[in-house]
Design a protein around this ligand. Structure first.
Ligand SMILES: Nc1ncnc2c1ncn2[C@@H]1O[C@H](COP(=O)(O)OP(=O)(O)O)[C@@H](O)[C@H]1O
Ligand SMILES: [Mg+2]
Length: 594
């Protein structure tokens, strides 16, 4: 299997999808936040217009014009404060709500991906980890899009005002570009110079610490290296500071040049309007006010787009990828899960390597698990027993070959429907720190609060003694970090996990993957004997992984795995008669007990 990953979906489309997602969850708030941020941009941009009217009014002694301008200025100032405040509130509300919506969306998507391959492939993990951290900032993307639009609006209004005086004034925007470029470059160039000198700086700090702190003090005095430390530190500091200073100077010169260009153009524009076109003072005022804003607006627009392009664009692409990935997996599940098993489950040439690895953990396994049978899987550690169980639970898809349930490919059944027909307990079980009733009950959520069902499962698992010893019975909180919580031993937790596995009655497949390793051999034996007896005559399959041959021997069918391959299959008597691997292992264990 290669570790190449499908590329992330294209940026603009992903961002558009994210916008639609936000709109779907919060249409009203999103529209309000967007419109408000646009409207809030206007008073600022219109300032130049009011100044022009004011200037013309004063010079031409037109009282109405002055009044209009004064009102305009007042409304602009007050409106800009009001709109900023309201807009900030609305945006915060929108952000809070959309963050929750996005988080649940991502969580739902992750859970809907039926295999757990994406939890284990490093490249996927990276993508998901980034997404998990970025989902908190994806909401910024909306605000960033809004404010980009607002900056563009301000810029547009300003350029339109300038062009209303004379179209050639639009060229002022072009002259502002160098200032944008240099102000974007400056921090990057300085940071690079600092990074280059980081080693020298670290050494300088180290020398300073050595010369001034107590622990090295004795040796510094004894050896008399104090002065050397000082000169050394000075040298290193200069080694760091030299390039940084020249980078700062260099970038400052470029920055100054850029501003000189813009300043020249700005002055030129004013002269052009005042002297060349001979326009009234109001127009000159407009050019003065609008022109001075221009470079700030362009800078802000470019900066905001830079933000969008970096972090948030990336986040939206990851989210779009996860949506596609989840959808592509869901799309192939088109066949129903049978209600009962007729024939059983069949492995047909199944090979499997864990995602991102090449070593086959299962190799060309062909095997029939007849309906209604109790089947034991044995094999040394690492033989692939748990992997086989995980494939059956559809945690992974086989790399090649097929698993058939009553001759229907398992891969084409919806994973959640299939899993609702499974029950099981695992060696590496999880400790659900809930009240005891629920810690067992989550094995079948529908019956979580049904005490009869919970107690029956507890009985089947031989966990009745564990519950009986809890101070408040089924109401006891498990896990001592919780208020009133009790801690249990590993073995007790394991019994609770086992009981959880027995919550589903009559599953199509029950897997018991060394769930009783912490129990003694006799208890395990008794437990399985009881369980096997109860399950005979039903159509469900019981799959049992154990190292204890006393337990294994009572299975209807024993499957021996050896280094990824299927070594032997048969009943205890058949395998003993064969004198192969199983009989040898059995003899060794039996001898140890004699
Ligand atoms: N998530 C995983 N990623 C990569 N390799 C794994 C993973 N889980 C198990 N393996 C490897 O697969 C092999 C079989 O493991 P497993 O099925 O757990 O063995 P068993 O249950 O028989 O002891 C082992 O070599 C193990 O190292
Ligand atoms: Mg295992």
């Amino acid at each position: 299997m290669t570790s190449s990953l499908e590329p992330l979906p294209p940026a603009l489309r992903s961002m558009w999808r994210l916008c639609k997602l936000g709109y779907r969850h919060e249409p009203g708030l999103m529209a309000a936040a967007f419109v408000l941020s646009l409207v809030a941009a206007l008073p600022d941009a219109l300032l130049a217009l009011w100044l022009k009217l004011l200037g013309n009014g004063l010079i031409e002694h037109r009282a109405t014009l002055v009044r209009v301008a004064a009102v305009g200025l007042g409304v602009s100032a007050a409106g800009s404060w009001l709109l900023d405040t309201v807009s900030a509130r609305v945006q915060r509300r929108f952000r809070d709500k959309v963050t929750i919506a996005l988080e649940s969306h991502v969580a739902r998507l992750q859970a809907s991906v039926s295999t757990i391959a994406h939890h284990e492939r490093p490249e996927y993990l990276d993508r998901l980890a980034m997404l998990r951290t970025q989902v908190f900032v994806l909401d910024h993307m909306y605000l960033s899009v809004f404010s980009t639009c607002a900056w563009i609006l301000r810029l547009g209004v300003t350029i339109a005002l300038l062009m209303a005086i004379h179209p050639a004034l639009a060229a002022l925007a072009v002259f502002a570009l160098p200032t944008v470029l240099t102000s974007t470059w400056r921090p990057a160039i300085e940071r690079r110079a600092q990074e280059r000198g980081a080693q020298a700086m670290r050494l300088a700090r180290h020398l300073f610490t050595t010369a001034t702190t107590a622990p090295p003090g004795k040796e510094v005095r004894l050896t008399g290296i104090g002065p050397r430390l000082q000169t050394g530190r000075r040298e290193k500091w200069e080694e760091w500071y030299g390039p940084v200073a020249s980078a700062r100077w260099g970038s400052a010169i470029w920055h100054t040049l850029a501003w000189t260009v813009f300043g020249g153009a700005y002055v030129g524009a004013v002269v052009f309007v005042a002297a060349w076109l001979g326009r009234p003072a109001g127009d000159v005022l407009l050019v003065l006010a609008a022109g001075s804003r221009l470079s700030a607006y362009i800078g802000a627009t470019v900066g905001e787009i830079g933000f969008l392009r970096g972090f948030w664009m990336d986040g939206s692409r990851r989210l779009a990828w996860l949506e596609d990935y989840a959808a592509s997996i869901a799309a192939t599940a088109d066949l129903p899960v049978p209600a009962t098993l007729g024939r059983g489950i069949r492995f047909d040439g199944v090979s499997f390597a864990y995602p991102g690895t090449t070593r086959l953990v299962l190799e060309d396994v062909s095997l029939s698990l007849p309906a209604g049978a109790v089947i034991a899987i044995v094999g040394e550690n690492g033989a692939g027993k748990t992997t086989l169980v995980k494939l059956l639970a559809r945690m992974y898809e086989p790399s090649s070959g097929t698993i058939l349930v009553d001759e229907t490919p398992l891969g084409r059944m919806p994973a959640d429907r299939w899993r609702s027909k499974l029950a099981g307990a695992f060696q590496d079980f999880f400790r659900f720190e809930l009240i005891a009733r629920h810690s067992v009950g989550v094995g079948e959520v529908a019956h979580m609060d049904d005490d009869a069902a919970v107690l029956a499962a507890t009985d089947r698992a031989g966990a009745a003694d564990v519950v009986a010893r809890l101070p408040a019975g089924l109401d006891t909180q498990l896990g001592q970090t919780w208020p009133g919580g009790v801690e249990m031993s590993f073995g007790q937790w394991q019994k609770i996990a086992l009981a959880r596995g027995f919550m589903r009655e009559q599953p199509l497949l029950l897997v018991l993957d060394e769930p009783t390793a912490a129990l003694d051999a006799e208890t395990e034996h008794a437990l399985f004997e009881r369980y096997a007896a109860a399950s005979r005559g039903r159509t469900g399959i019981t799959l049992l992984v154990s190292h204890r041959f006393s337990t294994v021997r009572m299975a209807d069918l024993i499957v021996v795995l050896d280094g990824a391959r299927l070594a032997e299959v048969g009943t205890h008597d058949e395998l003993m008669a064969r004198g192969g691997q199983y009989s040898q292992l059995y003899e060794i264990q039996a001898a140890a007990y004699r």
